[in-house]
Write a protein that binds this ligand. Sequence first.
Ligand code: TPP
Ligand code: MG
Length: 464
Amino acid sequence: MASVFRLLRTLQSNNGLLCKASSQPAFSRLPQQMGRHHGSAPLTRYRCAYTRAVPLASAAFSTSSHPMRKKVMFPGSLNSEYTHELSFASSVESIPTYQVMDTDGKVLDPANEPQVSEEEAKTMYRNMLTLNAMDQILYESQRQGRISFYMTSFGEEALIGSAAALDPKDLVFGQYREAGVLLQRGFTIEQFMNQCYSNEKDLGKGRQMPVHYGTKELHFQTISSPLATQIPQAAGAAYAMRREGSKLCTICYFGEGAASEGDFHAGLNMAATLGCPVIFYCRNNGYAISTPSIEQYRGDGIASRGIGYGIDTIRVDGNDIWAIYAATKAARTIAVEQNKPVLIEAMTYRVSHHSTSDDSSAYRSKKEVEDWSKRDNPISRMRAWLENKGWWVKGEDAEITKSAKAKVLEAFAAAEQLKKPAIRHMFEDVYSELTPELVREKEEIEALIKKYPDYYQVNDYAKS
Ligand SMILES: Cc1ncc(C[n+]2csc(CCOP(=O)(O)OP(=O)(O)O)c2C)c(N)n1
Ligand SMILES: [Mg+2]
């Protein structure tokens, strides 16, 4: 409302005609004034208020706001037609889901045949298998008490297609279930293990929970646990990229549950209004821990919200790696060439428990999960596509999975042997120089450790 006042005042001062005779705020007088003339519903009266008043003001509004026009240029609704039918907009047709191949790996429209080399396609598939193998081992390792926490990507492996469609320098803002993106970018199994074991080689210096990866080298921002904080950050970073003229974009992954956070709305609106080259990638996997999507919102998924913010939006089959690949490639072109955000809603299913702290049998049936993994499995779909192309030999998977598992186990055993990060890291990297308070705390800890070395198990930590 304040901005309406401001607008009317501006118009008033621009030509001195609007509401000239009164010292009352323009908008407050309009209903009574119009009521005298029209006596209809309040909405109609406000509408008339504009159509009467605005022609006297700036040229930008004058033509389109003429009383005889079909459309009005309200400052907040630029293309709305008048209607005499009193009705509330509730739903429009459901946004379609873009698909390239069916569940048997058959490309449905030859025009959509993926434009990738055999090697590129095989690398993506190998990464899907490796992700799966790594998830199985790390999940078990948490169950054995060797790491504190873990989250798997079972059922969501096709996300790798989005990473393959990006420039390696595009900046990634993840939520936590995007290990596949890191694999595709070249994060090594050793680096995954070192992070999950919080050892001295962990790039995060042991300051994060397992799976909260981050790597400057691979342009992947460190995951942070509070949901959706990455969304406005991704919009802001994209804005900086635009200002630098870098011709890069950011990609921001989040779940449909995180899209209920305020930060989602702030981030999307900011990106839309400022023209930020960011791809918002929503993994709609059906659940936010125990809350099914169906209880999370009433509208047409997350995609309808993109349109609400004036963002180019597409919904894709999130188990179809080629649909994801094509949509992300096209989204990137829009983002970078037109300096605009894009929203992708990828429809998938979380086969795994939410995390090692969750038992999903408490809120969904085992049968539901089994049905999904059998009926629509992103890995078998991709394998079928490769086989149809003649690029994959039946049974090759077993060999790859076996060697991936061996590699993970080896890296895992090595990571377990390494020391924890040096204690000094607890105090560093927030300020370029330690504050007097931090210096005092550091000295206090050092004194305690010296006094009680056994209690603090100092030998478990790296010295420097
Ligand atoms: C601000 C905030 N609120 C609540 C949580 C607890 N939490 C962690 S994950 C999660 C569910 C998120 O679901 P979704 O975004 O759909 O992602 P998914 O786990 O399905 O991949 C919740 C509620 C949190 N981490 N941060
Ligand atoms: Mg979810």
